[in-house]
Design a protein around this ligand. Structure first.
Ligand code: SF4
Length: 480
């Protein structure tokens, strides 16, 4: 039995009485490794939690700190007060999906609006089904503007509510999964992390673990960016923290550490610690509730990690250890605990240039209106609305890009557009996680009306107010 398994077994032996029922983790070691290769040898003891007494002390210290210092967040309040397991799981699920790649402070308003509009998964699924029953094309444009194709109302509502949160496909997948729970699972959320991950689209291992531990009290760990940072520091893990081998080890560790009687609180406490104390650049080690268990801190203070009982194991860390920093990048004393975690160098974002045109006409009351068109339903910014845009070849001269854009605009105007009538306004840069996007912005004021071709993808005229209420990306708001 590996030391980790021994620790996990020891942890089970230390279960406290009381609290919600804690079924077993339900995630086999086989499931944790995506490669199916023979299990590697256990790492040296300095990278593990192998002492049951230490595990118990760490759990107690972390939970006591969490009880005292946790932030008041709407999803926590909802989950704590909700007696119905399905409603509780839905409330946690929405928060976890919104929190992926997005800061807590940003999510709060979006979460409250979402839960007000669709307080249960039945409400979300029902809205979705009503739109499906109405058929494609749904109804005349809800905004009363001239439109060639009415957008799917729910998709539009989801996108509008999500606009500004980024990673828009998350909202769509949440909607699809809610429909699946209602239509295929009789409205009952899967009750284990394993089933949540298997049955719900868009629910990965982390989200499944968070829902199951927080909503159902399943003793299963979670590993997100905050947990990676805390665990790597606690156990001096300096190998590439995005590598599958290290991630597998961290999942093992999270599953071994999770408190058996308060797994949801324990997981949230570990993440809260990473978000508020063990932060990336200037961790507040003096205030840390688990500092006495932190080997990175010992190393900073004493020049080496706290001694571990297994001297032989320690020796293996001198060269060739799969969890130590690579030999070429040893401990840097000026960095202290922020030596951990380490990641392989990020790929440079791809540079993309896009010409975009703000077509403007006078509306019936003389106020300006702008033409927006809907993006395809998959890929970057799927289903969102934008000004007519065209991706440009690299190093295209201004004159050529203007001509290319004029050609493209003809699709929408139904008549030739003179390249010289396009006015170059300037450039807007927007950074997506993997794309460095430059929008070259043109404007084109139109005399008279323009008939939109219903055979084209959805497009509509909007006032400035309607534009801001529409499902448009932050980048397009910058363009306007
Ligand atoms: Fe993080 Fe410092 Fe606490 Fe260690 S002591 S876990 S580095 S905050």
């Amino acid at each position: 039995m590996s030391q980790l398994r021994a620790a996990a077994a020891a942890g089970r032996g230390l279960r406290r009485s009381g609290g919600r029922a804690a079924p077993p983790a339900g995630q086999s070691r086989k499931g944790a490794s995506s490669r199916g290769a023979p299990a590697p040898a256990p790492p040296p003891a300095q990278h593990l939690f192998s002492d049951p007494a230490e595990i118990e002390a760490l759990r107690g210290n972390l939970l006591a700190w969490y009880d005292k210092c946790k932030r008041d967040l709407p999803w926590r309040t909802l989950a704590a007060a909700e007696p119905d397991a399905d409603r509780r799981a839905y409330a946690v699920w929405v928060s976890e999906i919104m929190l992926q790649q997005t800061q807590v402070a940003t999510v709060i308003d979006y979460y409250n609006r979402w839960m007000q509009k669709w307080p249960t998964l039945q409400a979300l699924a029902q809205a979705s089904l009503e739109v499906s029953v109405a058929g494609t094309g749904c109804s005349p444009c809800p905004r009363g503007s001239s439109s060639n194709t009415a957008p799917c109302l729910l998709e539009q509502e989801v996108n509008e509510l999500w606009a500004g949160l980024g990673y828009y496909s998350r909202g769509k997948r949440l909607q699809e999964a809610a429909r699946k729970v209602v239509s295929e699972l009789a409205g009952r959320m899967p009750r284990t992390a394993e089933d949540l991950q298997k049955l719900l689209p868009g629910v990965g291992r982390y989200t499944a673990g968070a829902i199951a531990s927080i909503s159902y009290g399943q003793a299963t760990g979670v590993v997100d960016g905050n947990v990676i940072r805390v665990l790597c520091r606690l156990r001096c893990i300096g190998a590439d923290s995005s590598s599958p081998a290290v991630i597998d080890r961290l999942w093992d560790m999270a599953n071994a550490l999770v408190d058996r009687s308060r797994p949801g609180d324990f997981n949230q406490a570990l993440m809260e610690l990473g978000a508020t104390v063990c932060v990336p650049k200037a961790p507040l080690c003096g205030e840390c509730p688990v500092k006495q268990h932190c080997r990175a801190r010992s190393r900073k203070l004493f020049g080496k990690p706290a001694p571990v009982p297994d001297v032989e194991d320690c020796g293996k860390c001198v060269g060739g250890c799969p969890l130590c920093p690579p030999a070429a990048e040893p401990w840097d004393s000026s960095l202290g605990v922020t030596n951990f975690p380490r990641k392989a160098a990020k790929k440079q974002p791809r540079a993309v240039r896009t010409a975009t045109c703000v077509l403007e006409r006078r509306g019936c009351h003389g106020a300006p209106e702008y033409l927006i068109v809907q993006r395809p339903s998959s890929g970057l910014l799927a289903g969102l609305w934008e000004f007519p845009s065209l991706t440009l070849a690299q190093d295209l001269q201004e004159e050529k890009q203007r001509e290319a854009l004029a050609d493209h605009l003809q699709t929408w105007t139904g008549r030739p557009v003179a390249a010289r009538s396009l006015r170059l306004i300037g450039e807007v840069v927007h950074i997506f996680s993997h794309i460095h996007q430059t929008y070259v912005v043109y404007s084109l004021p139109l005399d008279g009306d323009m008939t939109l071709d219903p055979a084209l993808s959805p497009s509509r005229w909007v006032t400035e107010e309607e534009f801001h209420a529409s499902a448009v990306s932050t980048a397009m708001k910058k363009v306007l």
